[in-house]
Design a protein around this ligand. Structure first.
Ligand code: GZL
Length: 336
């Protein structure tokens, strides 16, 4: 082959590769994801769900920011995504307020925003929210405790609550839901403090509770499993027994794998699931938008109410009968 033809072919090949790369670049959907942080097993599963779905192999360029439970950093991350001119922004809002200004900036930049998990309560400038009803989770925990106490012949409830990160919709909803049942049933909530959804936070608050309320409480409500792990360590150190064979009924939320392992052993009496695996549903929302369709404004994740003992089949939450699930190894093996 003469030199001129060879050079021409090489140039054409280079052009074709550049075009295919360019075509690939245009086909890639860029997503900015401002995640709460890395405070819990639940959060780890939530992050993994997004990273698995929005991968390069699946045609995405995921710009991930771990905001380390810092609201100012989260707003800054979102503004960074606007500057990068990403195609979509996903936010799991650390707290539920202070969002309208930055969401207006996203709207002005023509970038659709999808909220996952926690809610934003002071703006509706987003396309969809995919998450859980936290008040329902709190109501379910209260309704379960009411039925469980009746079944066990427990007539007096003196509860201590270890709340999640103050101002998060998960903390607000679970607190309000459980308190609604407590007030209706005349239970006493001796104290309710912020454990920040961490194991260290749960342990610190429970250590303080064991000193301040020694011998006065028979229920501990932890607003996530990692707080429950810390609370168990603190109660053990203080000589307080808990679980199905203990003096204290222990209630938790999230139902992560490690949490359910404590349910099957009877250390946690009831664990109210909050499903972190939102990414496949978020991808469906993005595909609808790519196709010019209008997604649902709210999409609720499926959840289960897990218990250690097979003594109650169901509870009634908000007038609706809801099944209770006794934890098995098979359930644990399939959990997130
Ligand atoms: C609730 C989620 C909460 C989990 C915690 O949907 O935002 O934050 O319950 C996590 O484990 O830290």
């Amino acid at each position: 082959m003469n030199k001129k033809i060879a050079l021409g072919l090489a140039a054409a090949t280079t052009m074709a590769m550049a075009m295919s790369a360019n075509v690939f670049a245009e086909d890639v959907i860029t997503i900015g994801f401002a995640q709460v942080g890395h405070e819990s097993d639940w959060r780890t599963a939530s992050t993994k769900s997004c990273q698995d779905v929005f991968s390069a192999e699946n045609g995405y360029d995921l710009q991930f920011v771990d905001c380390d439970n810092d609201s100012a950093a989260q707003l800054e991350a979102v503004r960074g995504f606007i500057e990068q001119d990403v195609d979509y922004i996903i936010i799991d809002p650390i707290v539920s307020t202070g969002w309208d200004q930055v969401l207006t900036e996203c709207e002005d930049a023509g970038i659709p925003v999808i909220i996952i998990d926690r809610t934003i309560d002071d703006s509706d400038k987003y396309v969809s929210w995919v998450g859980s009803n936290f008040k329902t989770e709190g109501l379910a925990a209260g309704e379960w405790l009411k039925a469980y106490a009746a079944e066990k012949g427990i007539t007096e409830i003196n509860a201590l609550v270890i709340e999640g990160s103050k101002g998060s919709s998960a903390q607000i909803g679970r607190t309000d839901g459980f308190k609604e049942i407590a007030d209706a049933e005349g239970w006493t909530i001796l104290d309710s403090q912020d454990g920040d959804f961490t194991q260290a936070g749960g342990q610190e608050v429970m250590e303080s509770y064991c000193k301040s309320y020694e011998g006065q409480f028979n229920v501990v409500v932890c607003q996530n499993d990692n707080e429950a792990f810390g609370a168990m360590d603190a109660m053990k150190a203080a000589g307080v027994s808990y679980g199905i064979n203990g003096d204290v009924i222990l209630i938790s939320f999230d139902a992560c794998t490690a949490g359910l392992e404590y349910v099957i052993t009877g250390d946690i009496n009831g664990d109210f699931e909050c499903n972190p695996l939102a990414a496949p549903t978020v991808e469906e929302v993005i595909k609808q938008l790519e196709a010019g369709e209008t997604p649902e404004k709210e999409v609720f994740m499926p959840e289960h109410w897990y218990v250690a003992e097979d003594i109650l089949a169901s509870i009634t939450v908000g007038g609706e009968e809801q099944e209770l699930t006794v934890v098995t190894q098979e359930i644990i093996d399939a959990q997130y």
